[in-house]
Design a protein around this ligand. Structure first.
Ligand code: PAF
Length: 293
């Protein structure tokens, strides 16, 4: 940490900037439009590498993870504010490459990272090319930054699970850390896409976290009760189109009957698609409430 934020637009500048640091490198890949959730990731990276290490943030809206018709063109780009946020959060280097810098041979036809079966479920069922794009750009960024540790938000839980597996299975030599989701006071998970919501949608959007929290409260009675509680909350709000509400194992494998699990939700409010998830501790389905049957 040297107190001044260095901006690198090219691979060469990034390499020169990194050469001035001696300690461990902590990395926070982002697509910009930074919010308090990203700031928490930067702070976590600093905790991991300490004052002598380097914290690198990348800001790159990666075209290959957007399908045609998705929000690539309207994805918020707020570079000046992002640079200020990185400086205030104590990052050392911000890498802001162009598309040509990241994809010098073009966007199609090159080598990509296949996410495997886990990339085809949940988000992958709705966005079939998404995780190939995410893993490919993250692998490139890992190759350029060569971090010791990389921090991602648990809000994008499937992304975190896939990147964790990629780093381990492709022996990338980076420890992947998942940081807790940061929420608004009313429970809405922070997301760069929240800014697309109009006031009515913003108010309705709390139904996602309310449904997840209701499921958490009822999880002691088993997965059917947890899902029932979540669905009851979702039924109470109009204008929210559910894509999925699913309980899985923490590693996104098949849901266990009892014990640790994950509940994931995705829904569309108008043109905006939001995702969220929470941990569940599933109790036995046989423990019905008193007087129940
Ligand atoms: O979570 C994001 O912002 C992006 O998917 C990531 C990991 C930076 C890859 O483009």
């Amino acid at each position: 940490m040297n107190g001044t934020l260095v901006r690198a637009d090219s691979r060469a500048d990034l390499s020169s900037a990194l050469a001035t640091f001696g300690g461990r490198v902590g990395f926070v890949p982002t697509m910009g439009a930074l919010h308090e959730g990203h700031v928490a990731l930067i702070h976590r990276a600093r905790e991991e590498v300490g004052p002598d290490g380097a914290v690198v943030v990348s800001i790159f809206v990666n075209p290959t993870q957007f399908a045609p018709g998705e929000d690539l063109d309207r994805y918020p780009r707020t570079l000046d504010a992002d640079l200020e946020a990185c400086a205030a959060a104590g990052a050392d280097v911000v890498f802001t490459p162009s598309v040509e810098e990241m994809y010098p041979t073009g966007l199609g036809g090159g080598v990509t990272v296949d996410p495997g079966p886990l990339g085809a479920v949940l988000e992958g069922a709705v966005r079939p090319t998404h995780f190939r794009g995410v893993l490919t750009v993250v692998a490139k960024l890992f190759g350029l930054v060569r971090p010791d540790v990389a921090v991602f938000g648990q809000k994008d839980y499937q992304q975190l699970a896939l990147i964790t597996r990629m780093a381990a299975e492709l022996c990338q030599g980076v420890e992947v850390i998942g940081a807790p989701t940061v929420r608004e006071p009313d429970g809405l998970a922070l997301s760069s896409r929240n800014r697309y919501l109009d006031p009515e949608q913003r108010s309705n959007a709390t139904v996602l976290s309310r449904a997840l929290f209701a499921a958490q409260d009822d999880a002691v009675r088993g997965s059917a009760a947890a899902l029932g509680a979540a669905r009851a909350v979702l039924r109470g709000v109009a204008g929210v189109d559910l894509d999925y509400l699913e309980i899985t194992a923490p590693d996104l494998g098949p849901a266990p009957a009892t014990g640790e699990a994950r509940l994931l939700i995705a829904a569309r409010l108008g043109a905006t698609r939001l995702i969220d998830n929470v941990a569940l501790e599933l109790g036995s389905t046989s423990s019905t409430p008193e007087g129940g049957n």
